[in-house]
Design a protein around this ligand. Structure first.
Ligand SMILES: [Fe+2]
Length: 245
């Protein structure tokens, strides 16, 4: 499966230069990998109930991610990267609570039919443990590790994954039947050109820092590899639970 090959092909000892790292984490390669991912293809046929259960859990990823960005901003040295992470955090939070991306996701969930009264309840403690693990690593590991984990690992990787998921979701007949009643604001923001540019900005800013301090490359790569494994485990737990694989 492309998914597994790609994960195995990134070995931290192979990453001897910035260029090798950028080649291995190239967004178009990642897109091809997720577009070919069998697990994602099940979103095309899953029942509405299963879709709600799966997407319900993603809200916790968003919740942890926004606060982890605060840790990354705190650890970053003063400079361009720190300003950029602060700006991304502002985007994620929105200017008012009703524009926070977590709220936009909840609006999507409720429009699908999720229960607004139980949004805060996760059915998957194993996934909450994965998010707690990311939080712990953000606090304990070095700044560059955190950049790989939540800068590259979330801002670049998640956007690509969501784009792939979106394509599959739109093909699902259950979704097609209620398309006009679904609140798509979160997806519109995260699968459009703007988010792709966001990913590019993050990559360029990281590259600028690496040019000044090459020693950041190894922890950066380690953080990114960990983020990718964690992310894929998060989704696999859900697909496996609901017999989508
Ligand atoms: Fe977001």
């Amino acid at each position: 499966m492309p998914n597994v090959q790609m994960t195995k092909s990134i070995n931290v000892s192979d990453i001897k230069s910035r260029q090798i790292f950028w080649d291995l984490t190239d967004a178009s390669k990642l897109q091809a990998e997720y577009d070919a991912d069998d697990k994602l293809s099940y979103l095309e046929t899953a029942s509405l109930d299963v879709l709600i259960k799966i997407f319900h859990e993603y809200r916790f990823f968003i919740k942890y991610f926004i606060s982890d960005l605060g840790i990354l901003m705190f650890k970053a040295p003063f400079g361009q990267f720190k300003c950029m992470i602060a700006e991304i955090a502002v985007d994620e939070l929105g200017k008012t609570p009703d524009r926070t991306h977590l709220k936009l996701w909840d609006d999507f969930l409720i429009s699908l039919g999720d229960n607004p009264k139980s949004l805060e309840q996760s059915r998957h403690p194993e996934n909450i443990a994965l998010l707690e693990d990311l939080r712990r690593l953000m606090l304990e590991e070095s700044f560059f590790y955190g950049v790989g984990l939540r800068g590259m690992g979330a801002e670049c990787l998640c956007q690509v994954y969501l784009s792939s998921a979106y394509k599959r979701l739109l093909k699902n007949p259950n979704i097609q039947a209620m398309k006009d009643n679904i609140n798509w604001v979160f997806w519109d923001i995260h699968t459009g050109e703007e988010d792709i540019e966001h990913g590019e900005l993050v990559r360029n800013s990281i590259d600028d820092m690496l040019q000044v301090d090459e020693s950041g490359l190894r922890p950066l790569a380690e953080g990114y590899i960990r983020a990718k494994e964690n992310w894929e485990e998060f989704w696999s737990n859900l697909y496996d639970t609901y017999n989508l694989t």
